[in-house]
Design a protein around this ligand. Structure first.
Ligand code: COA
Length: 188
């Protein structure tokens, strides 16, 4: 576990277990119920949430992504995913997805710590470019701007909001100081 400038909170990669899947599913269902735009509609059935995390953690076991969890004692209070499985011509890139903090733990720096941990892991995987998107309505664009992400642009009517109606999405990017890939690695 990494402990990033929040002594009570431990952050580290998650692997699949019934308990982890259940904590992740509970968090996802609650975030969606309260309007979080993270790819799902409300009400999110437990089976759908469980299936999402089962697949996500299976991809993590194969090295295609890293699912990070933030824990306070034994409780999962936040998560973020670093997607590493990019096309062969983008080996230097990774994507940030499914960032969420439990509602009763927001405003304490949990998500910022998760993003910093994801960036550290991205650099370890020699990824020098991160991309992500966030909803224009009830999204987290100001949060990402604070962390140095650059706004590339907005796509209107990109997705449905969890409780109905369309929202646009804002695409962000950030360069990281990662060891450059050699020319031969980059073209492989
Ligand atoms: C966005 C989210 C992950 C932030 O979690 P958090 O743990 O409360 O974030 P932090 O405490 O690290 O916030 C860091 C800073 O960003 C600000 N911030 C947090 N969420 C924000 C938001 N949605 N919009 C604007 N600013 C935000 C905080 O006020 C804080 O500012 P400060 O440093 O000046 O005090 C959380 O609100 C959440 O889970 N939202 C629902 C899911 C979602 O929208 N995820 C993003 C999908 S791309």
């Amino acid at each position: 576990m990494l402990s990033i400038d929040m002594p009570a909170i431990e952050i580290g990669p998650l692997s699949s277990s019934a308990e982890i899947r259940s904590m992740l599913s509970e968090l996802l269902i609650d975030v969606v119920a309260h309007g979080g735009s993270v790819g799902f509609m409300h009400p999110l059935p437990l089976e759908q949430a469980q299936a999402f995390w089962r697949n996500s953690l299976a991809a993590a076991a194969l090295g295609a992504r890293i699912v990070l969890g933030a824990f306070e004692r034994d409780s999962l209070i936040g998560t973020v995913s670093l997607l590493l499985d990019c096309p062969p011509n983008q080996p230097h890139r990774a994507e940030i997805a499914k960032l969420m903090t439990r509602r009763d733990h927001r405003g304490r720096g949990v998500a910022s710590s998760l993003i910093r941990a994801a960036e550290t892991l991205a650099v370890e995987h020699r990824r020098s470019l991160l991309v992500l998107d966030t909803a224009t309505d009830q999204g987290a664009s100001a949060f990402y701007e604070k962390l140095g992400y650059v706004r590339a642009g907005e796509i209107p009517d990109y997705a449905l909001k969890p409780h109905s109606g369309l929202t646009g999405t804002i695409v962000f990017w950030k360069r990281l100081q990662a060891e450059p890939l050699g020319a031969t690695e980059a073209i492989r």
